[in-house]
Ligand binder design. Sequence first.
Ligand code: ZN
Length: 342
Amino acid sequence: MMSLQKIVWILLLMTIGCQSQKRVQDDYYDDTSHPAQETFDSRVQYLIMHYTAVDEGRSFDLLTRPDWPASAHYLVTEYPKMRGKKPVVYGLVDEKLRAWQAGKSYWAGNTNLNSGSIGIEIVNFGYIDAPDPNDDNAIYALMLKEERISKEGGISQAELMKQKSSWLYAEDRYWFPFTAEQTTAVIALAKGIAQRHDIPPEHILGHMDIAPQRKHDPGPLFPWQELYDAGVGAWYLPEAVEWYVQDRPLDQEVDPQLLLKALKVYGYEIPEPLDERIPKKLLKPQEVKQYEESRRMVIRAFQMHFRPSNFSGIADVESEAIALALVERYKGADVALALLRK
Ligand SMILES: [Zn+2]
């Protein structure tokens, strides 16, 4: 005779077996005993970096408000709290769900990347316009006016200006740096996300990369190279860049055609050449100007990511060589050589 204990065990095992094969839904059973084998992947294909452009208080407020038209999966504060030896990041939207962070966007033929991406918002002021770099009062007044700083508990002018030596002045603006503690937290978080969803390094991008005409974040001070050194995201091999430079001066201006072709192959959305859309004699100076400006914005976004020491948007030898080195590394040497031959 079977002992009562044994019967209980068998019944228990049967129940476990049933649970693993049939999930009870409201009006049907979902039998999962025939799973597909290795023919699927995560819906998440991209990881997008942002800065919030406002302080910590405002960042939490805006990103958790029901009436704010944007959201992100994670928020990383300026000086993340530590639990033991691990930095605390804030999960605002479940990774399975779609956050509204990418907006109208493009990468390598994919559009509206919200559906297939995870977004990390990083607390950072971004940039502030400062036609006179020495007018601290005007800078602080503008930050208050634009509500970058929380009304209560926001940083004082004196405290803010203590950090001024670490800001970058370019394009008549000050750009604000990320903290080392914050970068450590972003690296740990991004590593986990990339592993969970098997995101390739060249799909770890900035908002500016996927929407260069309207977005500037995370800007020229985001430490992409540091991330790469820690195993997150894409970077070029210096020896490949040297090869494509071919003894030319790095800052020598070049015709942007080859650079733009390389950026297109790498993933950026390049405005279609105007004269292929409109007969040359019908081109209006205003249209030509707009077209040139839109090309400049793409080159600028790429430079902010991969050559932040100069992000004028003007094509030069070094930018061209870096773009080709990236194509060679992530799309194949044959693809890069084909670009050179064209
Ligand atoms: Zn953004």
